[in-house]
Design a protein around this ligand. Structure first.
Ligand SMILES: Cc1ncc(COP(=O)(O)O)c(C=O)c1O
Length: 435
């Protein structure tokens, strides 16, 4: 029996790739390609894993937020909210999506390293519960705009703990020189805390850090707790303010390829809980409410993308290319960070993979690559369905219209049923805003 990277992937006896128990070639036939598939049951399972683990580790002092940047469309936000998660949003677009999904503003936490005045005003008029403030400038703008909305705005401060998460440079966000947050070692984190405490229209609740993404090493989260609890203790000593909330961010990794380590999230959260209790005692602070903010580990392996193969180019003595009808417009992650993916010829699962190739997109860009060094059956030809696994996070949400290519639809799979969550964009949708 072939082993797959996630338990929602399987293979039928007649050699078809199945996802969430469904024949992917039939889904491609029904909806056309390129096509994003989402396994609703897997999303719910992941949400429950977090909710139960956080409850077990922190009791009532635990919160889980879905980092909707991973995949933001109404249905997925609605599912996460139904499962009891609050929603992390980073833009008016994500706020509006969550509002339209039925999430009240007070269940949203608003992130972003460069919120515009308009963003801040819009978030306040949407009743956003908590701002995760990146820098001092932002604090002053919130303080200025809040009276217009007759409110004292709850905020937590995004602090840069100075930890290297040993992940891709582009998703390592907790290092001192990061564009995100305010650093502890420079003294600016303490300074911004004092500023927050001094402003009339700001209600400081605590602190946030997000060290990085696609992390498998539990030590990273223990280090984040240690550094942040030290900081919380230092703030208490200097100002008398004791943080009520500590948001540890997201970042748990997922298995994209067989060689990825994988991580048991429930037991990891349990360990973080035990570590946090000891750390709080050690530095003499009350245990704050601890918030987890996963994105990737909720959505990634709940997703799969299907394409139709077009040109199969064999450059004699050099290289083979299998071109697909999508590309960097629906999955930019290889172009952005060289991300690895597991790719299959969905209709030829029983055949030997005896051809090494690059799976490439249709865009006018040499870097438009879905994956290098993919092994496919040498019989692969135009019209075959090509499946890319684990595309639920940072694919749809990073999609573009480069080359005026319409974005694929999102089809949800649940309990043997399928339904459209986001319609396919058309070439007319793309010119809709042109004057
Ligand atoms: C502030 C913040 N929270 C949460 C996340 C989600 O991280 P992940 O998708 O790795 O769980 C991110 C990702 O960039 C982030 O920047």
């Amino acid at each position: 029996m072939k082993e797959f990277i996630c338990d929602n992937i399987s293979q039928s006896d007649n050699g078809r790739l199945c996802f969430a128990g469904r024949d992917t070639t039939e889904l491609a036939e029904k909806y056309g390609t390129p096509l994003y598939l989402f396994d609703e049951d897997k999303i719910r399972e992941k949400c429950r894993t977090y909710i139960n683990a956080v409850k077990k580790a922190f009791g009532d002092k635990g919160i889980v937020l879905y980092a909707s940047k991973a995949a933001s469309f109404k249905r997925i936000v609605q599912i996460a909210f139904e499962e009891g998660l609050n929603i992390d949003v980073v833009s008016p677009g994500e706020i509006n999506t969550a509002l339209k999904a039925g999430v009240p503003g007070d269940k949203m936490w608003f992130h972003g390293n460069n919120k515009t005045d308009w963003d801040i005003d819009y978030a306040m008029s949407s009743g956003v519960g908590c701002f995760v403030v990146d820098n001092a400038e932002e604090l002053y703008v919130i303080d200025e705009i809040a009276p217009k909305h007759k409110k004292t705005q709850n905020v937590i401060l995004r602090i840069t703990p100075g930890i290297d998460p040993h992940t891709f440079e582009a998703v390592a966000t907790g290092k001192v020189d990061s564009k995100f947050g305010t650093a502890i070692v420079t003294g600016q984190a303490l300074e911004i805390t004092k500023t927050a405490l001094s402003l009339k229209n700001i209600n400081l609740l605590g602190f946030h850090c997000h060290v990085g993404s696609q992390c498998f090493d539990s030590q990273v989260f223990f280090d984040a707790v240690d550094v942040m609890f030290d900081f919380i203790a230092c703030v208490k000593k200097e100002t008398g303010f004791e943080a009520k909330i500590f948001n540890i961010g997201g970042g748990y990794g997922v298995k994209y390829v067989e060689t990825d380590a994988g991580i048991d999230i429930a037991s990891n959260i349990q360990k973080v809980g035990e570590h946090a209790k000891k750390a709080a005692e050690k530095v003499g602070i009350k245990m704050p409410v601890v918030a987890f903010e996963p994105g990737r580990s909720i959505a990634a392996d709940a997703g799969m993308t299907l394409y139709t193969a077009g040109t199969v180019k064999r450059i004699t003595g050099y290289k083979n290319y299998v071109s697909v009808d999508g590309g960097m417009t629906d999955n930019i992650r290889f172009a952005l960070y060289g991300s690895e993916y597991t790719v299959y010829n969905a209709g030829r699962m029983n055949e030997e993979c005896d051809m090494m190739c690059s799976v490439v997109g249709r865009c006018c860009e040499s870097g438009d690559i879905i994956q290098e060094n993919v092994k496919m059956p040498s019989s692969t030809k135009r019209g075959d369905i090509i499946a890319v696994c684990t595309t639920g996070a940072y694919n749809y949400s990073m999609a573009s219209n480069y080359n005026r290519i319409p974005r694929p639809p999102v089809v949800m799979l649940s309990n043997g049923q399928d339904y459209i969550a986001v319609k396919r964009e058309t070439i007319d949708d793309i010119v809709r805003l042109d004057i």
